[in-house]
Write a protein that binds this ligand. Structure first.
Ligand SMILES: C[S@@+](CC[C@H](N)C(=O)[O-])C[C@H]1O[C@@H](n2cnc3c(N)ncnc32)[C@H](O)[C@@H]1O
Length: 190
């Protein structure tokens, strides 16, 4: 675990409010039946809040204390069933096998975690995975290519699942900002 990186996230999350949910989440929510969701590396909860408003119970996990405090405060304000959990996902993955109906991994890439994300899903549960691709590199954020998916990498990583939706391309946000990303919605079948 990099203490410098963690401290930098802590600083970024202090006093930050969640922005709008990732567009792919809003697009795909109508085809995902509500249930128990796990939002990993949830940040200040923009996606967890959208899920809870749509009827999910959500465990939001992140190692930032500030981010998890914000999630807890916002959930309490709206009486949303979101359960913040402070955990370093590089050190431990404190979730039981086959319990979640949905696992969400947005704007976070730790390839070693993928088998655990799959195992956390019940059979028939779905994984929504969306993050930057290597096409994003010239645009400058993120800076480190290790946090970007190679072309078709996400499809390969999830080859043992039933792919319900797959897209690689340019996402345009309401702000006008654009980003190269890959999105997959995949069902656990075994
Ligand atoms: C780019 S943000 C994405 C946040 C959220 N998924 C979203 O889409 O808004 C990445 C998040 O990963 C968290 N993070 C980074 N490394 C982590 C780790 N080892 N364990 C838990 N959380 C981590 C950071 O604190 C940050 O909130």
């Amino acid at each position: 675990m990099s203490l410098v990186r963690r401290a930098s996230w802590e600083k970024r999350h202090r006093d930050a409010a969640p922005g709008p949910p990732e567009p792919c989440l809003l697009e795909l929510l109508p085809v995902i039946p509500p249930g128990l969701a796990l939002d990993i590396a949830a940040g200040t909860g923009r996606n967890a809040i959208a899920l809870a408003r749509a009827g999910f119970r959500v465990v939001a996990a992140d190692y930032s204390v500030a981010a998890m405090r914000t999630v807890g405060r916002l959930a309490a304000l709206e009486h949303l069933p979101i359960f913040p959990l402070i955990t370093d996902l590089e050190e431990s993955f404190p979730f039981r096998h086959a319990v979640f109906d949905l696992v969400v991994n947005i704007s976070y890439l730790d390839r070693r975690l993928v088998p655990q994300l799959k195992r956390a899903l019940r059979i028939g549960g779905v994984l929504l995975f969306d993050t930057f691709t290597i096409a994003q590199l010239p645009l400058g954020h993120p800076h480190d290519p290790k946090f970007m998916l190679q072309h078709d990498e996400l499809r390969a990583i999830l080859a043992d699942m039933e792919m319900l939706h797959y897209r690689e391309g340019l996402t345009t946000y309401a702000s006008g900002r654009q980003a190269w990303r890959a999105t997959a919605l995949a069902r656990r079948i075994a």
